[in-house]
Design a binder for this molecule. Structure first.
Ligand SMILES: *Cc1c(COP(=O)(O)O)cnc(C)c1O
Length: 361
């Protein structure tokens, strides 16, 4: 098997350690003589794994007693609907900060079930930056403020989260969950589809402030109520056991690697390397994102022409570097360098970029 560096935006690269552990345990998990994918979710070994995964999220982030970790299904896309259904009261409204497609989808879902307003946007600048605090028009009576912490498609990322006063803060962290230490207890709800930074597709990690649930709409189908999942520790119905198992492996790897501080240092180093190559070839590569808004997870860049971009993606793939095509809605190139991407992979890409610029510039 030849070495492949996987730069796909999601589902995305997983840490080798997490996959090797799964491989070693595939046929006989913890002496049960069965795979973790074959065992009852009510069994003792599964229960222990499930709670270990929850505790790892909690420990890595230093969550307080009021914050509960959930493992749900339906992707981040179902959270776009569950959040407004639960938390916008009749006659109320929520504020959404717009930073591209995912925030647009979140707002669209909210407007199906309730009233929601745009409280800030960088659309006039083509979503190439994160709105500044002084540009936000926050409603003090809003049910919550929603933001997307990392914009997977546009390659922008929030560094400092906005002040929202007494209004609860909600974030879609699908593409940068657990990349660095941050004050998660400030948030009333965080959700993240696992398949970008913490695991495979099939499970969504949600962190919810329990005391906020007292205000939630209770007139909802059972599975769409956060309280159902909080009360049953995400075991009300069959959870995505195997996906949760792999998330546990990834979380254990993060912890063994030095936790979120180590992830942050590694991420800044990797992103710095790629942005450095882009900036040192200003006549060839161009990053459309404002420097203070650049994502350390998704590095988005353009070449002088679409032909050269296609050639770049094809030649990179031939050299074992896959998934570098930008999202179809914006074009260009994108290197997704989540936690699992080794610095060696970024080094290989940086070397290829320099060489490609030299040959084609
Ligand atoms: C990928 C992504 C989503 C969509 O996630 P699904 O799990 O496919 O629903 C939502 N938000 C962000 C920021 C994403 O990167």
């Amino acid at each position: 098997m030849s070495k492949v560096w996987n730069f796909y935006a999601g589902p995305a690269k997983l840490p080798q350690e997490a996959l090797k552990r799964a491989q070693a345990e595939m046929l006989d998990w913890e002496g049960t003589g069965m795979s973790v994918a074959e065992i009852s979710h009510r069994s003792k070994p599964y229960d222990a794994l499930h709670h270990e995964a929850m505790s790892l999220v909690s420990d890595l982030l230093g969550l307080d007693e009021d914050h509960h970790v959930l493992f749900l299904q339906g992707g981040a896309s179902l959270q776009f609907a569950m959040v407004p259904m639960s938390f916008i009261p009749a006659g109320g409204s929520a504020d959404y900060i717009m930073t591209g497609s995912w925030s647009e989808k979140a707002l669209k879902e909210a407007r199906i079930v309730a009233s929601a307003r745009e409280a800030g946007t960088s659309e006039a600048d083509g979503f190439t930056r994160i709105p500044r605090q002084d540009e936000l028009d926050l409603d003090p009576a809003a049910a919550y403020v929603h933001l997307t912490s990392n914009n997977t498609i546009r390659g922008t990322q929030w560094r400092d989260f906005p002040e929202t006063g007494d209004v609860p803060l909600v974030a879609d962290m699908s593409s940068d969950f657990l990349w660095r230490p941050f004050d998660a207890n400030r948030f009333s709800l965080i959700y993240a589809g696992a398949q970008k930074n913490v695991g495979p597709a099939g499970v969504t990690v949600v962190i919810v402030r329990k005391s906020w649930l007292e205000k939630a709409n209770s007139n909802l189908p059972t599975l769409l109520k956060y309280s159902t999942h909080v009360n049953k520790d995400s075991l009300y119905n069959t959870p995505p056991c195997f996906a949760i198992y792999l998330v546990r492996n990834v979380l254990a790897w993060i912890q063994a690697s030095g936790g979120l501080t180590a992830m942050e240092e590694r991420a800044n180093g990797k992103a710095g390397r790629l942005y450095g190559v882009i900036e040192s070839h200003p006549d060839f590569y161009r990053c459309p994102v404002a420097p203070d808004s650049r994502s350390v997870m998704n590095v988005v860049f353009r070449l002088p022409s679409e032909e050269l971009e296609a050639k770049f993606v094809a030649e990179a793939a031939a050299g074992g570097m896959v998934g570098l095509k930008g999202h179809r809605s914006v074009g260009g190139c994108r290197a997704s360098i989540y936690n699992a991407m080794e610095p060696e992979g970024v080094e290989a890409l940086a070397g290829f970029m320099e060489e490609f610029a030299r040959k084609n510039g």
